[in-house]
Design a protein around this ligand. Structure first.
Ligand code: ADP
Length: 316
């Protein structure tokens, strides 16, 4: 199996330790934690022993080193992470509101993540890849959409596969007129779609879960796995549907759950596990993630997932 690869932002996350609204007064903060949805995804694939790499950029600073060392430690290919001398690593400050909503202060566009380019190292990684994971959020960052489009074309021409997590925010689609067109192009070559919540309808462009699933399967997508937060997940394919309940856990920090879930489902399927087993492992990975503070801190190995499933017992 050629490596699973993606392209996109690497950030550090710094979180407020108190619940409340915004950052308009001095607050105790916790961090930096390695972050960026594409980095979390690739770290989770690597922790499961899957071969995985990311095309990205960080600054020549401690925030960049923190991310590179974590990804290296967990077994990811870091050869296509550019270290830029004149740009800082991207940052995300986050604070939870009492209702669970989050306030963010991002610096992505004007950080190293806004400067991700197709380098020789990136081309080499793509030429070895067997699978490309595409994230909707990447379309909001100049240049990454094109890198992913090129990677998808190359990997598909060699018989590889593609997964797509729309993780779109409506604001981004409205701002970037191109995003909808790029999404349509990616959906046409997607093998595994990993939406959550309203993303299913955003992707299909029509209302209703069943109608959306039908429309997306008829595009040629072989598997759709819908993430339902504390309600678990569902699998849809031409041959039918499976629903898998969530594991009962106390949610501490939901950031990263969808990425660890998707990476685990994909890796299980690439290793030949059944959709049923893949869903159970992915639910366990998502549940474990929400029990840890920090987006990448809950990434799991198979040994950790097996122990978690044993200890947490039956699903809810
Ligand atoms: P996203 O982060 O993409 O919106 P979800 O919030 O649906 O995705 O989380 C992904 C998966 O993580 C869920 O399908 C579920 O398996 C697991 N998960 C998320 N939140 C919880 C929770 N509170 N309790 C148990 N499992 C959870």
């Amino acid at each position: 199996l050629g490596p699973t690869i993606t392209a996109g932002e690497i950030l550090v996350e710094i979180m407020a330790t108190s619940v409340g609204t915004g950052f308009l007064e001095p607050l105790p903060l916790l961090g930096p934690f390695p972050s960026g949805a594409p980095a979390i995804f690739i770290d989770q694939v690597a922790k499961l022993g899957g071969s995985a790499g990311i095309i990205s950029a960080v600054g020549a600073d401690d925030f960049g080193t923190l991310n590179i060392e974590r990804l290296r430690r967990d077994g990811a290919d870091i050869s296509a992470i550019d270290v830029l001398p004149d740009m800082p690593t991207g940052t995300a400050f986050v604070r939870y509101r009492p209702d669970g909503a989050r306030d963010f202060v991002f610096n992505i566009a004007k950080s190293a993540s806004g400067q991700i380019r197709m380098t020789d190292a990136a081309r080499q990684l793509i030429s070895r890849a067997g699978h490309v994971h595409v994230m909707g959020s990447a379309f909001a960052i100049t240049g990454i959409g094109q890198i992913l489009t090129d990677a998808v074309a190359d990997v598909k021409s060699r018989g590889g596969s593609v997964s797509f997590d729309p993780n779109v925010r409506k604001e981004l689609i409205a701002e970037h007129g191109q995003a909808r067109e790029q999404m349509r192009e990616i959906l046409a070559v997607t093998d595994l779609l990993l939406p959550s919540g309203e993303e299913l309808e955003v992707a299909s462009g029509i209302k209703g879960e069943e109608a959306s699933i039908g429309a997306l399967l008829s595009l040629g997508i072989s598997e759709i796995v819908l993430k339902r937060g504390a309600l678990g997940s569902s699998y849809f394919a031409k041959d039918g549907r499976l629903d898998s309940p969530a594991f009962a856990v106390k949610e501490v920090d939901p950031t990263g759950a969808g990425d660890c879930f998707g990476a685990t489902y994909l890796t299980c399927r690439r290793l030949g596990k059944s959709p049923e087993d893949a869903l159970r492992y992915a639910n366990a990975a998502g549940a474990r993630t929400v029990t840890r503070q920090g987006p990448m801190e809950g990434a799991s190995s198979f040994a950790e997932l097996d122990a978690f499933i044993r200890e947490t017992g039956s699903e809810t």
